[in-house]
Design a protein around this ligand. Structure first.
Ligand SMILES: CC(C)(COP(=O)(O)OP(=O)(O)OC[C@H]1O[C@@H](n2cnc3c(N)ncnc32)[C@H](O)[C@@H]1OP(=O)(O)O)[C@@H](O)C(=O)NCCC(=O)NCCSC(=O)CC(=O)O
Length: 277
């Protein structure tokens, strides 16, 4: 591990709070003991999300005044901007201070235990994905059920499983995926915040472009990890990475399709290679 780096007072206080705080430093994901670390918890969470989504979208039992709902949605988006920003900063500082090299973060040595700041922020990321279920509830409450797309429900249900598997297997490169996703989510929830305040930002397409780019970046990281795993002495969490690679592939296809339907007819799922070039 690197020695503590002190560049300036702000950096140093952030580091003290987000990396060196005892809760962060001594965090350990202990199967069955840490909150949310059992397969039963995961199953109940995902099944409840899917059942409630199905039930509530067919039986709208909530009725909230549109102006109140707009304020609740705006507040929810604001909270997610702040949470995503904290996780992005915490994750980045953990990477810079805890990882001896970029290669280490891409390929943790095999049998790395899911402990310390890198996994603390991965755990916060996992919990935040459960909190993001509120997005679905807000869409249902807004009664715009047509906005409850397969992409949305599939993403929200599966990303929680991906985080669980990432923590359970001490998955290499997971902290990098976390940081890129949190940065994109600051931007995405800023877009949603403005929408909930009645504004329609002209840069919606840019948000989708950033999301697609993050999935591609995740592929590059995973390709590097798989290469290191099979040509070196192995990387931690290879099965977690296989799950993530499969999940991110499906998201990439769904997002390219979303892009094609929302913005232009130029990019089709079959033209993914053209988009990549
Ligand atoms: C630009 C996007 C971010 C969003 O596209 P959409 O077509 O959903 O956006 P939109 O223009 O219809 O959104 C405006 C509407 O969203 C409402 N809205 C506000 N806050 C919201 C929230 N937190 N969750 C869901 N909807 C919300 C606004 O009130 C407004 O409703 P009204 O129109 O009634 O006023 C896109 O790139 C995208 O992600 N589309 C997939 C849909 C999705 O669910 N994305 C988020 C999870 S996927 C994800 O998060 C991937 C990742 O990890 O990066």
């Amino acid at each position: 591990m690197n020695d503590t780096v002190h560049i300036n007072p702000l950096f140093s206080s952030l580091q003290h709070l987000l990396v060196e705080h005892p809760t962060v430093l001594h965090f350990s994901w202990t199967q069955g003991q840490t909150l949310g670390s059992s397969p039963l918890f995961l199953t109940i969470t995902v099944v409840s999300y899917l059942s409630l989504t199905l039930f509530l979208s067919n039986n709208p039992i909530f009725s909230v005044a549109p102006s109140l709902l707009r304020r609740i949605t705006a507040f929810h988006n604001f909270i997610l901007i702040i949470i995503s920003l904290i996780m992005a900063v915490g994750g980045t500082l953990s990477i810079f201070t805890q990882a001896p090299s970029l290669h280490y973060i891409i390929c943790f040595p095999t049998n790395t235990p899911p402990k310390g700041p890198l996994f603390f922020w991965s755990y916060m990321f996992y919990l935040s994905k459960i909190y993001e279920y509120a997005d679905t509830l807000l869409i249902i409450m807004s009664k715009s059920i047509k906005r409850l797309s397969f992409l949305h429900v599939y993403h929200h249900a599966t990303v929680v499983i991906m985080c669980y598997v990432g923590l359970h297997t001490a998955q290499s490169s997971f902290p990098l995926v976390l940081v890129t996703n949190c940065l994109v989510h600051v931007f995405m929830y800023w877009y949603y915040l403005l929408c909930s305040l009645g504004l329609r930002p002209k840069w919606k397409r840019l948000v989708t472009d950033c999301q697609i780019l993050q999935f591609m970046a995740s592929f590059v990281m995973m390709a590097w990890m798989f290469y290191s795993h099979f040509t070196g002495s192995g990387c931690s969490g290879i099965w977690g990475s296989c799950f993530s690679a499969a999940f991110i592939s499906t998201l990439l296809v769904l997002f390219v399709d979303f892009h094609s339907k929302s913005y232009s007819a130029k990019i089709k799922v079959g033209d993914l290679c053209v988009f990549l070039l």
